[in-house]
Design a protein around this ligand. Structure first.
Ligand SMILES: [Zn+2]
Length: 128
């Protein structure tokens, strides 16, 4: 087990706080991937679940080849739901994480239908 030290910076670049956890991963790239997943799902160690986006500096001091690595949250990953009011007062919720397996789409709470993001919700009525 190795300790992973994390330093969190706001988008402005200002220091925010720090955190750490122990990992069973052997390789640095695996550790970085692990941190990337936590950053994407906003579950970074020592922060409140669902926290806002931070740039994370990763250090693994016990690893012989350690060097500083910066992780930024994947922008396409949006667990927070966004809503859009479409013409005819239809409330559209954007769902999906934006990955190939789970592409972003609209769900209309009025028509109970799902649409791909090809729809332009500000000019098109979803039930037409
Ligand atoms: Zn609708």
């Amino acid at each position: 087990m190795m300790i992973v030290q994390l330093t969190y910076f706001k988008s402005s670049g200002k220091y925010y706080s720090s955190g750490s956890y122990s990992t069973s991963k052997q390789h640095l790239f695996e550790v970085w991937e692990e941190v990337q997943v936590m950053a994407n799902s906003r579950e970074l160690p020592d922060l409140i679940r669902g926290h806002s986006d931070f740039t994370t500096l990763v250090r693994v001091p016990d690893h012989p080849n350690d060097y500083p690595q910066l992780i930024t949250p994947a922008r396409s990953f949006a667990p927070q739901e966004q809503t859009i009011l479409a013409p005819g007062n239809h409330l559209l919720t954007i769902t999906g994480s934006g990955t190939k397996a789970d592409p972003k789409r609209f769900h209309c709470s009025n028509c109970h239908k799902e649409f791909g993001l090809m729809l332009n919700p500000t000019t098109q009525e979803c039930n037409k």
